[in-house]
Ligand binder design. Sequence first.
Ligand SMILES: [Zn+2]
Length: 347
Amino acid sequence: MPEPGAGSLAGSARPAAGAGVVVGVDLGGTKTAAALVAADGSPGPVHTAPTPAASGPEAVLDAVAALVTRVVTASGAPLRAVGVGAAGVIDAGRGVVVSATETFRDWPGTDVAGGLAARLAPLVAGPSASGSSAVAPLVVVENDVDAHAAGEAWRGAAAGARSALLVAVGTGVGGSVVLDGRPLRGAHHLAGEIGHAPVPGAEGLRCACGRPGHLEAVAAGPAIHRRYLALGGDPASPDARDVVARAGAGDELAARVVREAGAAVGRAVAGVVTVLDPEVVVVGGGVGGAGHLWWSALEGALRGEVVDVLADLPVLRAVLGDDAAVVGAARNAWSALGAAAPTAGRE
Ligand SMILES: [Zn+2]
């Protein structure tokens, strides 16, 4: 895969304006992934490193900068821009963390964009230049679920669609609305966060945000496991994956919990699509691959609740897997550079 702009480096110690590589970063609570992503959305090899989330923001930014440095150095080209999808509520306009769960110590208020731009400035001049560059790379930051959704909209299940709702169901429940390739940010940096939507079936169940009755409290993986145990399920069951496996193998209680979790997602999606009328719905995340019982409950609840014109709304599985947020974060960087096609689809 040729690197964008790499040809302009020939015979020159310093990059021409606009030359260099773009790196996408998926900054998660336990692991960070990064890769070069070309202007057409194709990713290079993905490099990963543990995220020292409990060690505070400086340690996290140091680790991310080290990982990006590894990716850029391996390319032999100068760095042009970095797109980051980060856990937490992110002010994408400033690249600053608004709020986050306790996984990340002291994460709220962290200037991710500024902290990374300063750390990565030496890479802008390229490996063949001596001394440090006075110019910092462009660094843009968004919420990781928004990055995931942008990746699926660019190169994945929603490629070619003008509008999409992505729902990611895993250890939490996240969501994002993508319009013309760009995630809707919202007035309070919260657009698409379907996990904190009130939903029938979650009454009295406490959400990770502290409030009762939200979708995440009944539909996330840990909620499925907790609920199975609370209703008298086998105490030897270690996690949601096991509950889903038991449901598929005929455990009636497990099946009920999995069905109700899937139906809760379907009802919440019904509410959102009725308001937004997206072209497609894409469902991803660890629980999002939870098998036929969960999917049929989701689709049954969704199609049972929406008006007739939405009856055939496509509900698709996410296809990019772990690469989605890396690709989508880079999409944001290419877009900020003015280089990405607004609605580029798959070949
Ligand atoms: Zn909540």
